[in-house]
Design a protein around this ligand. Structure first.
Ligand code: ADP
Ligand code: MG
Length: 539
């Protein structure tokens, strides 16, 4: 009798996709994501304009920014977005490359699936190819040290080519390389030592490098000095004011003297705090919280340059640059907590006052100030500058670089194809598909520059067959050139990381043959194992 009874193991309105349907759907989603950013690749890539639900506009060419702003929902598509984020976090550049590589690997896998090749064979072939690729890349890379200043500039310029920073690319590259040189120790650099600050107004060429910190803040009181030398800096992360009590309390006052003494008491406490600061010997105070009006008056009288509501990240930068300790209790401030800056001054930029700290105790913390006509322009320039900084850090930390313009990809594909001949049958097909996928980079560079991709690829491959390892595509002239000689250089890490994450996510997606999605939101039935009282959205 129970034979015909259905067994329910999933909630009512779940969705399920099995086998080929699941595979195809996943591959399609991944390809769509890749397709979206594809047209932005390279110096001739186009920009995208993204308008969010509040109407805020972002105009960008940066892969990871586009994908983050798009608010993608499909679960597989999200996995591709993660590839871009990983690339952004680990290298800082090459996000578009990583995404279109993942898309192409899956597209080629689909062709193999059509030929009835099993997904496990494909993933195995991809894994072998990806491993080999790492070795080939290491072998073909060139060495780099901090002394190769021209190469460093080339790397920065390559990162910024075609990124809205065009007009001042030369100047920005110099600033970026100088910043990197200043903060580097040996051949290693720590990017958190370089702060990037931006201010709309002026032109990109007004951007500058400051030996120290800039705060987008003015001094709190006009009676304070505008410029000071040999400054002793105090950093406070609590307010210089009397805190409101957390609970409301009523005080019964019966005669005016009492009120006066109450006010006097408050004044006295504030005065004590300021005296403590004065006694420590500080001549400038940077406070993460507020500074009471009365305190401002006392500090101004003592000629102490004071700034309030400084961002936490800026406090840390200030501490690093000046050597000051961030103190929480004003009453515990002593002269040992103070740091040093050669100059502290208020400077008017565009229509705003900013505070500059120069000639700091530790010159290993610097600030790049980006200028530009409008906020959309400086945002995009900032992204380009950060790409360049990431590239320089990756290049110096690893000490290895390669040529761009598709040269590395063509050479790598060639090496992988040579290697594939040693394999047999179906695995070989998968490895060859991997090699084809890598060529998506030069092919897309050609397409985006309005060149004929077939002609360009044939010419490029011919040059590599003749042994020209760094033959790449000059997207501006449409000619095959020696990319290395032209100074089109990138850190090796862009390539190794892109291939690593792209092949990993492709393998992961290919191994999925069943997608089970619980019903959406409110209608979802609570699952059996959930403790009672849990909101249904918790799944
Ligand atoms: P990603 O987000 O992957 O960094 P980009 O839009 O920055 O994407 O484009 C990077 C690609 O552009 C790399 O393959 C790089 O080699 C190539 N490229 C950079 N400068 C040039 C150039 N002057 N000529 C040809 N290709 C270039
Ligand atoms: Mg880039």
């Amino acid at each position: 009798m129970t034979q015909n009874q259905p067994i329910v193991i999933l909630p009512e309105n779940y969705q399920r996709m099995v086998g080929k349907d699941a595979q195809r759907n996943n591959i399609l989603a991944a390809k769509l994501v890749a397709e979206t950013v594809r047209t932005t690749l390279g110096p001739k890539g186009m920009d995208k304009m993204i308008v969010d639900s509040l109407g805020d506009i972002t105009v960008t060419n940066d892969g990871v920014t586009i994908l983050e702003e798009m608010q993608i929902e499909h679960p597989t598509a999200k996995m591709i977005v993660e590839v871009a984020k990983t690339q952004e976090n680990l290298v800082g550049d090459g996000t578009t490359t990583a995404v279109i590589l993942a898309g192409e690997l899956l597209k080629n896998a689909e062709r193999l699936l059509d030929q009835e090749i099993h997904p496990t064979v494909i993933t195995k072939g991809y894994r072998i190819a990806a491993e080999k690729a790492q070795g080939f890349l290491q072998d073909m890379a060139e060495k780099l040290t901090k002394k190769d200043v021209q190469f460093l500039i080339n790397i920065a310029e390559t990162a910024m080519t075609g990124k809205g920073a065009e007009s001042a690319r030369g100047k920005l590259s110099k600033i970026i390389v100088e910043a990197v040189e200043k903060v580097s120790e040996g051949d290693k650099i720590e990017l958190s030592n370089i702060k990037v600050e931006k201010k709309a107004g002026g032109g990109i060429e007004d951007s500058e490098l400051i030996d120290g910190v800039i705060l987008d803040k003015e001094r709190v009181h006009s009676g304070m000095p505008k410029q000071m030398k040999h400054v002793k800096v105090a950093l406070l992360d609590s307010a210089i004011e009397i805190k409101d009590t957390e609970t409301d309390a009523k005080i019964q006052i019966t005669d005016p003297m009492q009120l006066q003494s109450f006010v006097d008491q408050e004044e006295k406490m504030i005065k004590n705090m300021c005296d403590k600061i004065i006694k420590s010997g500080a001549t400038a105070v940077f406070c993460q919280k507020g500074i009471d009006d009365l305190a401002q008056h006392f500090l101004a009288k003592a000629n102490i340059y004071s700034v309030r509501r400084v961002k936490k990240s800026d406090m840390e930068q200030l501490s690093k640059a000046t050597g000051a300790k961030i103190v929480t209790k004003v009453s515990e401030l002593t002269k040992d907590d103070l740091g040093h800056a050669g100059v502290v001054e208020e400077v008017k930029i565009a229509d705003d006052e900013m505070t500059y700290l120069r000639e700091c105790k530790n010159p290993k913390a610097v600030t790049i100030l980006i200028r530009g006509g409008t906020s959309h322009v400086i945002d995009e320039v900032e992204r380009a500058v950060k790409d360049a900084l990431g590239d320089l850090a990756a290049a110096l930390n690893e000490g290895k670089i390669v040529a761009g313009a598709g040269a590395t990809e063509i050479e790598l594909a060639k090496k992988i194809r040579d290697f594939a001949t040693s394999l047999s049958g179906r695995e070989q097909l998968a490895v060859l598909s991997f090699a084809d996928a890598i060529e998506v980079v030069p092919r897309t560079l050609a397409e985006n520059a309005g060149l004929d991709p077939i002609d360009m690829m044939t010419e490029l491959k011919a040059a590599h067959d003749k042994g020209k390892k760094w033959a790449g595509l000059d997207v501006f002239t449409g000619k095959v050139v020696d990319a290395w000689a032209l100074g089109i250089m990138e850190p090796l890490k862009i390539k190794t990381q892109a291939i690593k994450s792209a092949s990993e996510v492709a393998e992961l997606i290919l191994r999925i043959d069943d997608v089970i999605a619980g019903g959406s939101g409110k209608e979802r039935e609570p699952m059996g194992r959930m403790p009672p009282g849990m909101p249904p959205g918790m799944m």
